[in-house]
Design a protein around this ligand. Structure first.
Ligand SMILES: Cc1cc2nc3c(=O)[nH]c(=O)nc-3n(C[C@H](O)[C@H](O)[C@H](O)COP(=O)(O)OP(=O)(O)OC[C@H]3O[C@@H](n4cnc5c(N)ncnc54)[C@H](O)[C@@H]3O)c2cc1C
Length: 419
């Protein structure tokens, strides 16, 4: 029962008042431009068009097809190929969204228009900015775009993912694979540990004397007990986690020599997956949407920027209280933002709707764990509803069923985000 309830979260079924609301919004007119068509921007475009069919909804993103980060660590373990994670823009187009394969180069908020990298200018009534993340190059010292060719981050799925997979395949049977984890917050909090698990799975099968070292700039990580339990069961002695208090933070890299420097000394490794600290996509910074902390502050009811009027920020780029930077959260924010925009452009108050997140982590083929969060607004800020958060299904002790639920979740969120 709980599992069924949960699988509905993040879909329209979770928005109990949606059908009545959608009918009432049929009158909304105007133009919404969405910059960035990942899980956040695409969900927003799709549901905006469903809520208010007369709205002119334009989605701008240079990436067609889009490549999903969720499940992409499976590529490293040889469990799938990258092509299986590519999602076309046709579903959105069929839903009536106008898709433009271009990059938004600049926002002119004063005149309500954006300029594209192909020279075109688009006017808007409301702008949604959903550019995901960029890497903060230079941290660790020496980690720049050239270094990322030798030491891939693979934290934006695509060429970097294949690059890391090739390095793993080519390394010696006794090689050490390092994963460097930045200080939180970063995209997909449990992601590095899922990745360590799947790389260990690959090593066990193909490089039996290999080892995974996790250099961590943090002192704990989500679902740590569940990860440790699975690592003991599947990969005894294969994964070593080094927290910041034991010298885990990588301070400097030397890609030519494949060296990682921590306070504990220099570590020579065969493969280095360096995940650097992150910040919102450059467009958000250029448009003046970022606060001193780096991320983009928003009003929780509508996801409108607190810094630039009539511009909304959703997905990994925004500050959404305790919501993780996850595809599920991005999708949920896209829905809330769509509802709010349909109402605002019909001169109505934004309705209330739930915010959710879920993270499934595959630790070995057929063995997954999960965690979900449900969020409301308390004292003007997004807050977790503790007694409605926790394990995502009614069978948390049944990792095989969680693995099946993870597959189901992925299929459903892709359909519910990209049409
Ligand atoms: C290895 C890994 C595993 C993950 N696993 C999971 C998981 O299992 N579950 C989960 O919920 N989350 C997972 N995540 C996190 C998830 O991928 C992100 O949270 C999610 O993609 C965020 O969505 P977004 O729309 O904000 O950003 P993105 O999905 O990154 O989309 C941003 C889009 O904006 C476009 N863009 C950027 N700048 C511009 C511009 N100037 N103009 C136009 N377009 C622009 C980009 O091309 C991109 O398509 C994982 C992440 C990683 C790295």
């Amino acid at each position: 029962m709980r599992r069924r309830r949960f699988l509905q979260l993040g879909s329209l079924a979770a928005l109990g008042n949606w059908p009545a609301f959608a009918d009432a919004q049929g009158k909304a007119r105007g133009r919404v431009v969405i910059a960035g068509g990942g899980f956040a921007g695409s969900s927003c475009a799709l549901y905006l068009k469903r809520a208010a069919p007369k709205l002119n909804v334009v989605l701008v993103d240079p990436e067609a097809p889009y490549t999903s980060c969720p499940l992409s660590s499976g590529v490293l373990a040889g469990l799938r190929d990258l092509a299986s994670l590519q999602i076309s823009r046709e579903g959105l187009q069929r839903a009536g969204v106008r898709y433009l394969p271009a990059r938004v180069a600049a926002v002119d908020a004063r005149h309500h228009r954006v300029r594209l990298d192909n020279g075109a200018t688009l006017p808007y009534d409301r702008l949604v900015v959903a550019p995901g993340i960029r890497m903060r190059w230079g941290t660790p010292e020496g980690y720049d775009e050239a270094a990322a060719q030798r030491m891939p981050h693979a934290w934006i799925a695509g060429a970097q993912t294949n690059q890391l997979a090739r390095q793993l395949q080519a390394m010696d049977a006794g090689g050490v694979v390092a994963i460097s984890v930045p200080t939180a917050p970063y995209r997909c909090p449990p992601g590095p540990y899922e990745r360590a698990s799947l790389i260990a799975h690959f090593l066990k099968a193909h490089k039996p004397r290999g080892k995974v070292l996790i250099f961590d700039a943090n002192n704990h990580f989500p679902k740590q007990d569940r990860f440790n339990e699975a690592w003991q069961q599947f990969y005894p002695g294969l994964i070593e986690w080094i927290p910041v208090t034991e010298g885990g933070a990588v301070q400097r890299v030397e890609p030519e020599r494949m060296l990682l420097h921590t306070s504990g000394g220099a570590h020579a490794v065969a493969v280095a997956n360096v995940i650097p600290p992150q910040a919102p996509g450059m467009l958000a910074l250029d448009a003046g949407l970022c606060s001193g902390h780096g991320w983009c502050p928003v009003k929780p009811e509508t996801f409108e920027s607190t810094l630039v009027p009539d511009v909304h920020v959703i997905g990994d780029a925004c500050i959404a209280g305790p919501m993780p930077k996850a595809a599920s959260a991005a999708h949920s924010q896209g829905l809330r933002c769509a509802l709010a925009l349909a109402a605002i452009l019909d001169a109505q108050a934004a309705p209330d709707s739930s915010l959710n997140s879920v993270c499934y982590n595959l630790l070995a083929p057929g063995y997954a764990i999960s965690m979900h969060g449900r969020f409301g607004i308390t004292d003007g800020a997004i807050a977790e509803i503790k007694d409605e958060s926790g394990e995502a299904s009614d069978a948390p002790q049944n990792p095989a069923r969680e693995a099946q639920a993870a597959e189901d979740w992925y299929r459903s969120i892709v359909a519910d985000s990209f049409g």
